[in-house]
Design a protein around this ligand. Structure first.
Ligand SMILES: C[S@@+](CC[C@H](N)C(=O)[O-])C[C@H]1O[C@@H](n2cnc3c(N)ncnc32)[C@H](O)[C@@H]1O
Length: 214
């Protein structure tokens, strides 16, 4: 995925995102992700917050920060926060998920819904997420991951050359993220429609040492 194409795609999608992709991508995935964040109060980061479609579900005593690379998507999120008076949202900033402008170990929970197969370098993004997560903190990734075999795998391979045009990579395996992180898998859920999406609940170990340090 190239940044130039991402910015163009999401400038195009932004005005209709909520009524199209926002609606088609599993709401169950988003509500389960927010559900993990809502288990305890604290500081939450939503990476690739987009139009802020999930923001109103966070508990009111959270301090929620959202970042996104697309000014067009973020402008809609900002309008939504104002209109719905979402007081739990502390900041919405234009930022590249590959270089998060937050201190190490800042957040209790980090949510990235339908983002990892959109970003240019998912390995960099997961290591940034890991860096800003507190020890013992939760990370929730909701995404479409490539099937291992069968018809779906065939289709994903056929669509892969059009990734830049589509604005996401249909053929990214979960291992592309998991092999670049010291975050530990807590649970994995398959989501509708047709099991096309996956929720990965990860956690940063308390005595965490980054892969680079070990
Ligand atoms: C499919 S949308 C998902 C939006 C939202 N999380 C949702 O659940 O609907 C993907 C989002 O990732 C953002 N994105 C892509 N690359 C990014 C990057 N490098 N840094 C931050 N956000 C990025 C896009 O601008 C877009 O808003």
């Amino acid at each position: 995925m190239q940044l130039e194409y991402i910015l163009k795609s999401y400038a195009r999608y932004a005005p209709v995102y909520d009524q199209t992709f926002g609606w088609m991508l599993s709401f169950r995935g988003r509500s389960m992700a927010v559900g993990v964040a809502n288990r305890r109060p604290g500081k939450v980061l939503e990476v690739g917050v987009g139009t802020g479609i999930s923001l109103r579900y966070y508990r009111k005593d959270h301090e929620v920060h959202g970042i996104d690379i697309s000014p067009d998507m973020l402008a809609i999120a900002q309008r939504r926060v104002r209109k719905k008076n979402l007081t739990q949202v502390s900041s919405l900033r234009i930022m590249d998920a590959r270089a998060l402008e937050f201190e190490n170990e800042t957040f209790d929970c980090i949510v990235a819904a339908y983002v990892m197969s959109v970003v240019p370098e998912p390995a960099k993004v997961i290591s940034e997420i890991e860096r800003v997560c507190k020890p013992g903190g939760d990370v929730v990734i909701v995404n479409h991951f490539a099937a291992e075999k069968g018809f779906r795998r065939h289709l994903e391979t056929l669509l892969a050359p059009f990734s830049n045009k589509l604005g996401w990579r249909p053929d990214m395996p979960a291992e592309e993220i998991l092999s670049h992180t010291g975050l530990q898998e807590v649970r994995r859920y398959t989501l509708p429609p047709f099991g096309l999406f996956t929720l990965l609940h990860l956690r940063k170990p308390m005595e965490f040492r980054g892969l680079l340090e070990s």
